[in-house]
Design a protein around this ligand. Sequence first.
Ligand code: NAD
Length: 322
Amino acid sequence: MAARGSQCCLTMATRSYSCKNNADKNVSFLGLGNMGGPMSANIAKKGYKVRGYDPVKETLDAAAKRGVTSTSSIAEAVKGADVVISCLPSSKIVLETYLGEDGVVKNAAKGTLFIDSSTIDPNVSRKIFCVAQESGKHFADAPVSGGVMGAQNATLAFIVGGRKEDFDRSLPILKCMGVKQFYCGEIGSGLIAKLTNNMLLGITCWATCECMNMGIKMGLNPRVLLDVLNNSTGRCWCTEVYCPVPGLIPTAPSSRNYDNGFKNEHMVKDLELASNMALGIRSPVILGAMTTQLYRVIESRGFGEKDFSFVYKLLNEEIKNK
Ligand code: NAD
């Protein structure tokens, strides 16, 4: 496995960054959804010239209100860009976006740095890296952790794989969007670390939903239960930041009807990618495989667009009609 034995180092942002003195002033941002929207806005806020592209007009218009110049195609978006950042839904879309006829690699200038923050198959990143390199362009996989709140508050963690010099070059821009930047090693290793994290997240979120539902149905006050968990050994990111029970953490997607969060369909995608990775090296992932199937059931019941913590709502049997 490519990333075995590779080193992972962490760079902490200690001060606020702007594009002053940075050669890479022109940024193209592809995919302006729940994550890409606020991420691109945070770069624009720091004085970079950001041109954005998204096929959904409303999404493009929303980004324009936050300082991102709208474009009508990938080719137009990457014109004149020093750096191209993408945050897209799937491996297939990322592959088409970069290697398609009208894609990024064909249209960007030599020397351009591509930073893909989508969560996708590490093999897709390796493929794009090779094609980009052959035409004198640079590619890094840089998936993110921290959710929509992290994207909005510029507190994301970037988990990067690729050439170390490209990681160093990307830092000023990554620091506009987040507070932690990990260099994990060669191309694809950022994604391996990210998929490992998300399998763990899928398992802990499902477990949190199950156990909180049980405690509440046994008559506990939800707020008291959350307080107990957060001061006990069952504590995790879901109990501290992303509580699946509505109304306990105002910023969590559960408190806004499970909308505008990390979509259940994206969690299914990440679990499938992680399961495939595990299968490839015959690493047992018993809970991971089971959790993949469970989230798939939620998706097949028509709740793919809801945040993945929606599991709680279903277990709690509060759904009457969607
Ligand atoms: P999203 O569906 O809200 O946004 C994706 C955007 O990409 C959409 O606006 C869509 O119209 C656009 N798009 C589709 N095809 C395109 C193309 N060819 N060119 C340009 N734009 C295109 O998804 P999201 O929640 O923003 O997630 C994006 C990526 O980030 C996914 O890979 C996801 O797994 C990952 N991620 C999401 C979260 C989260 O909490 N939402 C957290 C970490 C990582």
